[in-house]
Design a binder for this molecule. Structure first.
Ligand SMILES: Cc1ncc(COP(=O)(O)O)c(C=O)c1O
Length: 303
């Protein structure tokens, strides 16, 4: 990671190297931290943040689920993200707001802790590799089930959820794969450790429903809107891993990963005849994020 100049901490921009917290910070010990992953892109009109509103809404909702009062309004948080990007050298960047239970109290009742909010930004290439969109990645179905919403709220983007993701990611990469695919506790396809998943079969695009225990991705919603606008038949439905193996196309999508083609799952090559729908979605995503499609300019917040 290339250090930037500033990090926003509790309302102030502080120098990158001074953005430090105590080792007894409550959230570090008990996983009480909710966060977001957002991206800013360059456009002909300057740098703009993609779907900032929706990301801040999800951040506030994650905080609500964990009874955290962020102490900043939606408008203040959105403005803080823009101010940070304006003050850092990287313009095309990843933006990470995080709210966590701060230093002061220990023990399992987070309601006794003060909540701190920080926002960092840095340059981050495509998470699954620059050629993930064109060449595709190799994925493995994980032996770890996606956390169940009866145990942990999967709709909250909470740091604690990512222990489950990290176990799956480690297993996949240690086994020589690029990424994991997690099934839910009912054995149905859920998502990647940090991405949603789509499949195409006989021209029909589909993705697991929110009830399958996924994070409702903002890129997932973007792809759904593209599909509607392109007249592609689309369903939210459950699928098994063998339905993935026999799909014509499979792709991951997320803010960090962008649109990443899956070319192989558990040693089975996916599809026979190219990846027209994945390619179309990747092209639309690249164009929309860079302000090249009028209709989707509404999703770009200039900094
Ligand atoms: C578990 C999980 N699923 C899906 C996604 C994709 O969400 P988004 O498209 O909003 O980045 C993410 C990334 O935030 C994630 O962490």
């Amino acid at each position: 990671m290339l250090p930037q100049k500033k990090i926003w901490m509790d309302g102030k921009l502080v120098p990158w190297d001074d953005a430090k917290i105590h080792v007894l910070t409550h959230g570090l010990h008990y996983g009480m931290a909710v966060f977001e992953g957002i991206r800013a892109f360059s456009t002909a009109e300057g740098t703009a943040i993609f779907r900032l509103d929706e990301h801040i809404d999800r951040f506030l909702n994650s905080a609500k689920i964990y009874r955290m009062d962020l102490g900043h309004s939606k408008g203040e948080l959105a403005e803080a993200c823009k101010e940070l990007v304006r003050n850092n050298p990287a313009k095309e960047c990843y933006i990470r707001p995080i709210a966590y239970t701060a230093y002061g109290e220990m023990g399992l009742n987070p309601l006794r802790s003060k909540v701190s909010v920080a926002i960092a930004s840095w340059e981050w290439g495509a998470y699954l590799g620059a050629d993930a969109a064109s060449k595709g990645v190799r994925a493995a179905v994980s032996s770890w089930a996606r956390i169940d919403s009866r145990s942990m709220p999967v709709q909250a983007k909470c740091a604690a959820n990512y222990a489950n993701s990290a176990l799956a990611k480690m297993e996949a990469t240690a086994g020589g794969y690029d990424e994991a695919i997690l099934l839910n506790t009912h054995g149905m396809v859920a998502e990647g450790p940090g991405e949603n998943i789509f499949r195409v079969k006989d021209g029909i695009l589909s993705t697991p429903p929110a009830s399958s225990g996924i994070l409702r991705g903002i890129t997932r919603d973007t792809v759904i809107q593209f599909a509607r606008d392109q007249g592609i038949t689309f369903y939210r439905n459950d699928s098994t891993k063998e339905e993935l193996y026999t799909s014509d196309e499979v792709f991951f999508c997320g803010t960090a990963a962008g649109i990443a083609k899956v070319r192989e799952i558990d040693g089975r090559k996916i599809g026979y005849d190219g990846t027209p729908v994945t390619d179309q979605m990747a092209k639309l995503y690249a164009e929309a994020t860079h302000g090249k499609i009028k209709k989707y300019e509404k999703w770009l917040a200039p900094v």
